[in-house]
Design a protein around this ligand. Structure first.
Ligand SMILES: Nc1nc2c(c(=O)[nH]1)N[C@H]1C(S)=C(S)[C@@H](COP(=O)(O)O)O[C@H]1N2
Ligand SMILES: [Mo]
Length: 215
């Protein structure tokens, strides 16, 4: 499969030189993390490797594996029957755009963690995605924040393939590359496993308020 080589190269270059070209200056806005600019309300940029995998609800599944008592696989139908939560959060991309007040609906990650029974050995959650094996790593404690979701609705509508449909993680307190689109597997891991961007020069944690862009 071909991915968006140009985009990846541009971002690798940014990581090497540790600079982004920012399109705006929003110094002094206390809702906006440092170095970010705000997109217009009707804009929601799309950022990925250029692959939007086809979705077939009959064959799609989400696997939950690793350091858990009860590994599980959910069909699409089963996933939609799980407890769901709707919340509104700001969304911050490391390439310097931010969008305020994005409304997502999905399964609270915490609920899932309790359902599968996380073992004390688990310290990290690795999200595995369908586009070319994109992965991203987040500490378990961060995934257990109340507002981390497995999201399948965006503004009340089914999550489009452009924004990661049918299912993505939402980890709103970290840069958006930690919110994994086209999610197919959640691995609870004892060891950290830096993901697609983390091994290409991005910060391992990615707190927008501390401007943790590069590693
Ligand atoms: N599977 C997957 N998830 C991904 C990406 C990707 O390329 N593949 N890109 C990340 C990046 S860099 C960003 S900024 C957000 C963008 O989400 P959006 O396209 O819905 O704005 O998705 C993140 N999640
Ligand atoms: Mo991003």
């Amino acid at each position: 499969m071909e991915y968006n080589r140009k985009l990846v190269e541009k971002k690798e270059q940014a990581a090497r030189t540790r600079t982004w070209q920012s399109d705006g200056d929003n110094a002094g806005r206390d809702r906006l993390p440092p170095g970010q600019y705000l997109v217009k309300p009707h804009q929601f940029p799309i950022l990925d490797l250029g692959i939007h995998p086809a979705f077939d609800p009959a064959t799609w599944s989400l696997e939950v594996c690793g350091e858990v008592d009860r590994p599980a696989t959910f069909t699409w139908e089963q996933l939609l029957a799980l407890p769901a939560l709707t919340l509104t959060r700001d969304f911050h991309c490391v390439t310097t755009w931010s969008k305020y007040d994005v409304t997502w609906t999905g399964v609270p990650f915490r609920w899932l963690a309790e359902h599968v029974g996380v073992q004390p050995s688990a310290g990290y959650v690795i999200a595995h995605c369908e586009d070319l094996g994109y992965t991203t790593n987040v500490p378990l404690d961060d995934m257990l924040h109340d507002d981390v979701l497995l999201a399948y609705l965006l503004e009340g509508e089914p999550l489009s393939p452009e924004h990661g449909g049918p299912l993505r993680t939402l980890v709103p307190h970290l840069y958006a590359w930690k919110s994994a689109k086209f999610l197919r597997r959640l691995e609870f891991s004892a060891v950290d496993k830096p993901g697609f961007w983390e091994v290409r020069g991005y910060h391992n944690y990615g707190d927008p308020w501390r401007e943790e862009r590069f590693g």
